[in-house]
Ligand binder design. Structure first.
Ligand code: ZN
Ligand code: ZN
Length: 935
């Protein structure tokens, strides 16, 4: 642990003001105070909070009034006010959440690589930290997951000294005086700040027992325990806006100070537990003693604080426990809306996991408070309230609420699914005689989504004791809190080549200048077993999800094929197949330009699509990964459910309308701060951007991204954009596969070919079925006929007849619907169906004839069953036919004359017998009758 000597803290400003240095008799740290008799540093728990019930400021502030006073003060004192940054630092890869105002300017401003947006500057930055999540509520507001850090920052370089220690402390002191604090109420406690490989001395500013600000002088880099001076000395001050507000109102908890404007609205859903004010104030003064740890349990520390306060803890429990939960809920729901409004989708990884943790914890708190169903409403109240100062929240309101609602129902599904598993595991633990370990609780949370209180509930049902460590959520958050460096697959080829390229100068990249050209000449600088390095190149080296180019190199020894192009630091390596050129010779090169153009179209299409996705699905749709190849491209985005057909079509329409608008695709170089100001943080869709100036790809009024890839000059060149597939690849992430231009066309053509083939097959299948049905129609009636004949001898013909239509009816339907009859003609709008069957069975023919009654168009039917000696004729018309004037009687009488038939009427059908064999004549008799009808 680094320590700094007195000389680092001994400031003229403090000495001139009459501050003297002393050592705290409780904690042993040094501090500066004007009170020469002071023996303790003043920070609780070296002494109790003295501001509870008697705030030392001249007036009471709300959080926003305090923020305004702070920003206003520093603005009057030469600082430029900077708008707060998002709470999710998309510009960094090593962090999921902004935990301090200085994060906004790390690592490039503090390292000196990039100019700050202003110098000095002041900002009130919402910060989120989950490291103390389990203490939130218990400690009455000393710990929060979300708070605003007022940061006044100055960046001192060799060229420009802005201000350093004396001015920093003087400004702080002046601000405190303006709030009405007297010199003797302020203690500056010496401290050491270190983090992220940097360190420096700091002052903690203590008033009324509360640390309200930290003034850090970031001066060194630590390397193997040694301190190396930084080129930029940064004044990093953090003024706790919530703590300042709390100090000014002196309420028992900081939650009352922070949420004073919203508590009455929340009370619609939960009753804030009421505890005697006087008792609460007494207890709160000693709340700094409430620091549960492995050494002392929550019960013990609560007991200790109550004892010091001179109250009985039993008197206020369990109301106290409810109050602590209520406080935690206020805090967590505020964190949730801030994170989700940055377009974070709750998931199982990265910042999505932390959002999920907060939602699940809040949901359990609500359940314990008896208001399980109100998370969405409470979040809505928070959005409406904080949206007044953070407009982004209102912009994202509907999306955030939908995300929460979706996540809550998902959580309840997860719990229901996990419970059976949990019960099995608990039974196994019980029968083995072991106890429930912390590891088990963490595992259940992590793998099954079961919060510790759910495990506890289930365990107590089977009589298994559980003790939940007070920091369980902190453990889980820690596991997921710091971004682990992405596990990137190491390309072995590159590792080998890198060693051989030590003295090769950077390659001149000509592709940015001439993205449409593929032919060039260049000198060979280096040749390896399987690679060539040129002085300059038009071959694009893989980067930003865009694959490397391929092509040919013609040289004195023949031609080699470039099979891949990769960057190694600033050298571009062409991996080749075939004879190698000589070092020093000039070679003729050809990029496979058709392939390259297709990749360019896919890259520009990706930027167009991102814009479309954010407009159709919402602003939570962030790029999570992308790959642009020649035949297709894929884009992974954060989204919480799968896409509907309508959404996919809408996205395609919107994207293609951007193509049709012929928008220019501009390339602009800009400083980070200028680009962020102009386009917002969505420029970091592709992830962390490299150092220095940003290369921005801008499609005006549509999309702007920091990107190192090659693009079309106009959206019109992209041509058709077609989404080929959408898959959920992990919780909260969906993958779109798509193609653009000719590649899209060939995908569509092949799809159509597939459909065509399928259709042809279906058609073949259908005619096979027809044949089969025809066979059934021929054979089935004969079989049934035989069975009926044998039945008749047993039960009598009447019984059989009354059931036989049950046998024939399905056949009749099939016969009619497959049109398995000889012919059909439409005469004056009347269908005339005609068939000759080899089955001369009255009942069968009658059933066939009557089947036309289901048809809605006017239909007449004439059926003939050929017999050995005589033929059976069946005649029938449906109602619609009858209405057209073609009555059954008229038709029957015509036929009777023509073919000498004797009719009998059964079930409204005419059945007759005849020896007349000219069936064609019978058909034309009916036909000419129908023709004679007046239409
Ligand atoms: Zn102390
Ligand atoms: Zn790009």
């Amino acid at each position: 642990m680094v320590r700094f000597g007195e000389e680092h803290y001994s400031l003229d400003f403090l000495k001139d003001k009459g501050f003297v240095r002393a050592r705290c008799r409780v904690c042993g740290e040094f501090f500066w105070s004007v009170d020469k008799d002071r023996e303790v540093c003043g920070e609780a728990p070296c002494e109790a909070y003295s501001f509870i019930g008697k705030p030392p400021t001249t007036k009471k502030y709300t959080l926003e009034e305090m923020r305004d006073s702070f920003l206003g003060f520093f603005e009057r004192n030469g600082h430029e006010v900077i708008e707060p940054y998002p709470v999710v630092p998309r510009w960094r890869r090593d962090l999921y959440l902004v935990s301090a105002s200085i994060v906004d300017f790390q690592p490039h401003v503090t390292s000196g690589a990039v100019e700050p947006p202003a110098n000095p500057l002041v900002i009130s930055q919402p910060c989120i930290r989950l490291v103390d999540i389990d203490k939130v509520g218990l400690t009455f507001g000393r710990h929060l997951t979300i708070f605003e850090m007022g940061g006044a920052h100055a960046f001192n370089t060799a060229q420009r000294k802005v201000y350093w220690k004396d001015t920093t402390v003087a400004l702080c002191h002046k601000f405190l005086s303006e709030l009405g604090l007297r010199d003797e109420q302020v203690v500056y406690k010496e401290g050491v700040w270190s983090g992220g490989g940097n360190a420096g001395p700091c002052f903690e500013v203590i008033v009324g027992g509360l640390e309200i600000a930290t003034l850090v002088f970031m001066s060194y880099r630590t390397l193997d325990g040694e301190l190396i001076e930084l080129p930029v000395r940064t004044v990093d001050t953090g003024y706790g806006m919530e703590r300042f507000t709390w100090l000014s109102v002196g309420t028992p908890s900081s939650f009352e100070a922070i949420y004073q404007g919203i508590a009455s609205r929340i009370s619609k859903y939960i009753d804030a537990p009421k505890i005697d004010r006087d008792i609460l104030e007494k207890y709160s003064r000693f709340s700094a003693w409430i620091t549960p740890s492995s050494a002392s349990s929550l019960r013990e520390v609560r007991e200790k604080a109550a004892q010091l306060a001179g109250i009985s803890i039993a008197e206020i429990l369990p109301d106290l426990e409810r109050l602590e939960k209520y406080y935690a809920l206020l805090d967590h729901t505020k964190s949730i809306i801030f994170i989700l409004s940055e377009g974070v989708v709750p998931s199982n990884s990265k910042v999505g996991y932390l959002a999920r943790l907060l939602i699940r914890k809040s949901q359990r708190l609500l359940k314990q408070l008896g208001a399980e169903e109100h998370l969405v409403q409470i979040a809505e109240e928070q959005l409406n309230y904080w949206g007044r100062w953070f407009p982004k929240l209102l912009e994202m309101r509907e999306e955030v609420l939908e995300l929460i609602e979706h996540e809550v129902s998902k959580f309840s599904d997860t719990v229901n699914r996990g419970l059976a598993h949990l019960e099995r595991e608990l039974m196994a633990i019980k029968s083995s005689g072991a106890a429930i370990s912390t590891d088990f609780l963490v595992r259940m949370y992590d793998e099954k989504g079961l919060t510790p209180d759910i495990v506890s509930e289930a365990a107590s049902k089977i009589g298994l004791p559980v003790s939940i460590p007070g920091n369980i959520h902190e453990l889980v958050a820690e596991m997921h809190g710091a971004a682990n460096p992405q596990e990137e697959q190491v390309d072995e080829r590159l590792v080998v080549v890198e060693r051989q390229l030590k003295d090769v100068p950077p390659t001149k990249k000509k592709y940015y200048e001439y993205p449409y050209e593929g032919k060039f000449e260049s000198r060979v600088l280096s040749v390896g077993d399987n690679y060539v390095v040129l002085e300059e190149t038009l071959f694009y080296a893989e980067g930003g999800g865009q694959v490397g180019d391929v092509g040919l190199i013609h040289h004195s020894n023949g031609t080699c094929r470039v099979i891949d192009t990769q960057p190694i630091n600033s050298v571009i390596v062409h991996f080749v197949d075939g004879p190698l050129p000589n070092v020093g010779e000039t070679v003729k090169c050809e990029v496979d330009i058709e392939r390259r153009l297709s990749i360019m179209r896919h890259h520009t299409a990706t930027h167009i699509l991102i814009g479309a996705l954010r407009r159709v699905l919402g602003k939570h749709a962030w790029q999570m990964g992308a790959k642009k190849e020649a035949d297709y491209a894929r884009l992974d985005i954060s989204h919480y459910k799968s896409l509907t057909m309508e959404e996919i079509e809408k996205i395609e329409q919107v994207a293609n309308s951007v193509v049709a608008r012929r928008l220019p695709v501009e390339v602009k170089w800009m400083s980070k701060s200028e680009a962020e100001k102009k386009f917002g943080f969505t420029i970091y869709q592709g992830g962390e951007a490299p150092l220095g100036m940003l290369r921005l790809i801008i499609i005006p009024d549509w999309d702007a991204e920091a990107c190192g890839g090659l693009h079309c000059q106009n959206t019109a060149e992209v041509g058709l954009i077609k989404i080929l597939g959408v898959d959920k690849i992990q919780d909260g992430v969906i993958r779109l596969t798509f193609a653009a231009g000719p590649a899209a066309l060939s995908h569509i053509q092949s799809k159509l070919r597939d459909y065509h083939e399928k259709y042809r097959k279906t058609d073949e299948e259908l005619s096979r079925l027809r044949l089969l049905a025809g066979k059934i129609l021929e054979d089935a009636p004969k079989e049934i006929n035989k069975s009926i004949a044998s039945l008749t001898s047993k039960v009598g013909s009447e019984v059989v007849e009354s059931y036989s239509e049950v046998f024939y009816k399905p056949i009749a339907r099939l016969w009619l619907s497959l049109k398995s009859y000889q012919k059909e003609e439409v005469i004056k709008g009347i269908r005339l169906i005609f068939d000759v069957s080899s089955i001369s069975d009255e009942l069968y023919l009658r059933t066939l004839a009557i089947s036309i009654s289901i048809l809605s168009e006017p239909t007449a039917i004439l059926l003939i069953g050929r017999g050995k000696e005589r033929n059976i004729v069946a005649l029938y018309v449906n109602n619609q036919c009858e209405k057209r004037g073609a009555s059954l009687e008229k038709l029957a009488s015509r036929l009777e004359n023509e073919a000498n038939i004797s009719w009998a009427k059964k079930d409204n059908a005419y059945i007759g017998y005849t020896t007349f064999r000219d069936f064609g004549k019978m058909f034309s008799t009916i036909k000419s009758f129908l023709e004679s009808l007046s239409s």
